[in-house]
Ligand binder design. Structure first.
Ligand SMILES: *Cc1c(COP(=O)(O)O)cnc(C)c1O
Length: 384
């Protein structure tokens, strides 16, 4: 029998598995017709709070808006320096510049691919001594689903009077110690973009905080900076709401998440076993659990692997081909190649394999075997 087509991400399978419940939930919204901030939005916020153990959850229109609204609520703006990683999706740094603040990049730890706390400490000192920008915040990113080193980052931030905004767009469902992603810093943002561990069927996001004052600010910012009523406007805001239909879908997706996470973990373990010693496999430090948004390997033979995957119709992706400090949009920051060797080395070598909860064992073995063959062939080629 021919093997099913391997997909990078399988939203049709996710829908098929819970079709009845999802259809029923959407049907209820169509009937009550409260399409904007309907009851499902509040129900979802409560469920997300219960899942993460965070007191207040404010859902919103996307992961990018979640980051933006969090910075807005904290009053970040011109003159402020916000530290983040150059090895991430553009949104993590875009929101900083969008508010007129200064993105300051901090290199990654080559093992975890997340912000290196030692670099962070140095960078804060450097910015402080220059006196041009005021260090205000750190946005660590939980890349590929693995939480950053919050124990050290939170401590360094506190010592320097900065707040920490966790970019948990890729890590919903992950944990560090006994705390879940979303609960690892003063404020956190996640995304429900379909490709994320907890994906909806469109755009969506959420902000997490224990601080009631911040929650109130976020609720206001979400609806054009409203005061007592919608037509009482006391600050600048956005149209930042999560769609009710997406909230209804997410209520079903959230219930399925533990099982999906388990499946991702099982697939990651299968890849680990097959690929150890062949390529650099992802490292999950002791005490951490990844949400496995991506399973990303590193290899100097990446091009050979890409070529063979293409022949074999195995989908894969390179996150990220160009670190943010080398992107045109940030040219005015004046960075050059060589500024962040960790991020640049990973950009040259990284490759994300197919990873979603509905891959079969046969598919995982096929991907892994094909990769092993590609590396062996590339190795023997280079020895000639
Ligand atoms: C996806 C992503 C975002 C943005 O989320 P959207 O919902 O697409 O706006 C932000 N940060 C990281 C690290 C992401 O992967």
């Amino acid at each position: 029998m021919k093997m099913k087509e391997i997909k990078l991400l399988d939203l049709q399978a996710a829908y098929a598995k819970h079709r009845k419940e999802i259809d029923e939930r959407i049907g209820r919204v169509l009937n009550h017709a409260a399409f904007v901030l309907g009851p499902e939005v509040l129900e979802l916020e409560k469920a997300l709070a219960a899942f993460t153990g965070v007191r207040h959850v404010v859902t919103c229109s996307s992961g990018t808006d979640a980051l933006l609204m969090a910075l807005m609520a904290k009053g970040v703006g011109p003159g402020d320096a916000v530290f983040t990683t150059p090895f991430t999706f553009i949104a993590s740094a875009e929101v900083i510049a969008r508010l007129g603040a200064r993105p300051v990049f901090v290199d990654i730890d080559p093992v975890t691919k997340n912000i290196d706390p030692a670099w962070l400490k140095e960078k804060i000192k450097e910015i402080e001594s220059q006196g041009k920008f005021k260090p205000r915040a750190v946005i660590p990113v939980d890349l590929f689903g693995l939480p950053a080193d919050y124990e050290n980052i939170n401590r360094i931030a506190a010592e320097n009077g900065l707040f920490v905004l966790e970019d948990a767009a890729q890590s919903f469902g992950a944990s560090s110690g006994n705390r879940r992603a979303g609960a690892l810093a003063e404020i956190a943002a996640t995304s429900f973009f379909p490709a994320k561990p907890l994906g909806c069927f469109g755009d969506g996001g959420a902000i997490f905080t224990d601080d009631e004052n911040l929650q109130k600010l976020l609720l206001s910012i979400r609806v054009h900076g409203q005061g007592e009523t919608k037509y009482d406007n006391i600050r600048l805001g956005l149209t930042g709401r999560l769609d009710t239909i997406q909230a209804a879908i997410l209520l079903v997706r959230l219930k399925a998440l533990p099982e999906e996470l388990e499946s991702r973990r099982r697939i990651a373990a299968m890849y680990d076993k097959a690929l150890k010693g062949v390529v650099e496999i992802p490292v999950v430090p002791e005490g951490y659990a990844s949400a496995w948004a991506q399973y990303s390997i590193e290899s100097p033979c990446r091009q050979a692997i890409l070529d063979v995957f293409k022949q074999e119709n195995i989908p894969c992706a390179v996150y990220y081909t160009k670190p943010l400090h080398l992107q045109k949009v940030f040219a005015d920051l004046g960075h050059r190649e060589g500024d962040f060797p960790g991020a640049e080395a990973s950009a040259q070598r990284i490759l994300s394999l197919p990873m979603h909860p509905y891959l079969t064992d046969e598919q995982v073995h096929y991907v892994a075997d094909t990769l092993v063959r590609a590396v062996e062939r590339a190795g023997s080629g280079s020895r000639q």
